[in-house]
Structure formats: structure tokens, C-alpha cells
Design a protein around this ligand. Structure first.
Ligand code: FE2
Length: 260
């Protein structure tokens, strides 16, 4: 199964048409089965930005899944900072579910689980609602024989080269990681830090191995203009970072991960 991991697209005035066209061209080149966007789809949570994002994702000619990020909260509606569920209504009207997303491919024996990590102030680090954690635990247990992928906005694991000032880790990362290790989730897709990295976490107690893909912000200039093309073949994961340079996205290096 071939997927693209996109994150932090920040649709709005900041993005350039050149990068957007280059991203679409590169994605279409890979003949993907699925695109997953791990939040901060819009820059300011505006309707026009949601529309722009929806048009772009609809044009990619393959199924896509999204989960919201903190940027889906509108700065022009301060009450959404206190009650983020109001902003999630906007996300749902454009992209369907904003929490407890489950997508199953019987053809590829793979299940994707999406969790909403956007939480109330002052908890900027992001957290998973308890009900969603229970749901996640139950569903990964229900899909023992499948290859399992978790996707969310706030980082479960630190991102290499990310600044410590805006730490913003997931506050309940250990609870989610424990579920992943116990029930054999193999791949985590995370966003928020605008820095790209690929790391593997090996846990001897459970003989489990977790691969964590943090993709950058492919359409922004100041950060890592990177997205990941990920190939899942049986229990092997291949990640190919695609970076924008000289007018197009490209990447010669791939990382391979095998199960324990
Ligand atoms: Fe974010």
C-alpha cells in the first residue's frame, strides 16, 4: 500500500502556487492508494482556506483522510480557543469526521486510526480525549491481524531538529504509546513541528517496533518543505522524504524498517 503523509499545509495567503503545483505533480506521479493529512490544514481556520484545501485534496485523484490541527481554530473567533469543538464543526463540514477516524483496506490488510489531539487552553501541548483513547484501545484490539497506522497532529515523539521553545508535545503521549506498543501499531504519522524526521522506536519488553514519520510543512518557506511517500509491504515500511528544491519535489533517499 502506498500512501503520502502530508502535514501543516497552512492553506491561505502564505502558500505559493509554484509549490502547490509541484506538490500535486509529485503526488500524482506516485500513483498512491491514500493521502493522509495530519492537521494544520488551514492557516487561520477560515472558510476560504478550508475551501482551497478541499479543492486541492479533491484534485489528487485518490482517497484522502484528514485529522485537525490547532490551526483549524479561527483566530477571529476567540471562543474557539476555549471550546475547540466549535472549530471542529467547520473541519467536519469539509472533511467528515474530526476524531476517531477509522479507515480499513481489506485489500492491503491495513487499518488507519486518526485521533484529534486539539485540546482546550491552556493545554497547548495537545491531548487525546479520554473517550477517544478508550476507542483507540478497543479498535486496535479488534484489528489484531492488520497492519496498524495511527495518525494525529501533535507529536507523540520528539522531532529531531525541532526547537524546544515551542515544545508542544502530546501531553498524554505515554498512554498512547503504551497502547501502540501493546497492540502492535507499527507506524505513527505526526505533524505540528514543521520539521521532517523519521525515527524508529524499539521496545524490548513487548518486542515491538514503532516507526514515527514527522513530515515538515511542504508548502511553507521558513520550514522543512518536505512530505513523505510511504510504502507498506507486508511488515516492511519504506519511507521516502520528498523535498522541494529548484521548482519540484524530489528525494533520492529511502529508509527501510522491518518488524522485530
Ligand atoms: Fe500545529
Amino acid at each position: 500500500m502506498k500512501i503520502a503523509h502530508l502535514s501543516d499545509l497552512h492553506f491561505g495567503k502564505m502558500i505559493s502556487a509554484e509549490k502547490l503545483n509541484a506538490l500535486k505533480e509529485d503526488i500524482l506521479l506516485h500513483k498512491l492508494d491514500l493521502v493522509i493529512v495530519t492537521g494544520d490544514i488551514t492557516n487561520r481556520g477560515k472558510i476560504a482556506e478550508f475551501q482551497q484545501a478541499r479543492e486541492f485534496l479533491d484534485s489528487l485523484c485518490c482517497k484522502y483522510l484528514t485529522i485537525p490541527g490547532n490551526r483549524e481554530i479561527s483566530l477571529f473567533a476567540p471562543w474557539e480557543l476555549i471550546i475547540p469543538s466549535l472549530a471542529m464543526q467547520r473541519h467536519r463540514s469539509y472533511f467528515g469526521k474530526s476524531d476517531q477516524v477509522l479507515y480499513k483496506s481489506e485489500e492491503h490488510n491495513t487499518v488507519m486510526f486518526g485521533l484529534n489531539s486539539v485540546s482546550q487552553l491552556p493545554s497547548w501541548p495537545g491531548s487525546i480525549h479520554r473517550q477517544s483513547r478508550y476507542w483507540f484501545r478497543e479498535e486496535v484490539n479488534n484489528h489484531k491481524s492488520y497492519f496498524k497506522v495511527l495518525f494525529l497532529h501533535h507529536p507523540i515523539m520528539p522531532v529531531l531538529r525541532a526547537s524546544s521553545f515551542w515544545a508542544h508535545q502530546l501531553s498524554d503521549a505515554s498512554a498512547i504509546l503504551t497502547i501502540c506498543a501493546q497492540f502492535g501499531v507499527r507506524l505513527i504519522l505526526q505533524g505540528h513541528k514543521h520539521r521532517a524526521s523519521v525515527v524508529e522506536l524499539r521496545i524490548p519488553e513487548t518486542k515491538s517496533s514503532l516507526v514515527i514519520s514527522s513530515c515538515g510543512a511542504p508548502l511553507l518557506d521558513r520550514w522543512d518543505s518536505v512530505y513523505h511517500v510511504i510504502d507498506i509491504d507486508n511488515d516492511t515500511i519504506q519511507i521516502n522524504p520528498r523535498e522541494f528544491s529548484a521548482g519540484s519535489f524530489a528525494g533520492d533517499t529511502s529508509y527501510f524498517f522491518h518488524s522485530w
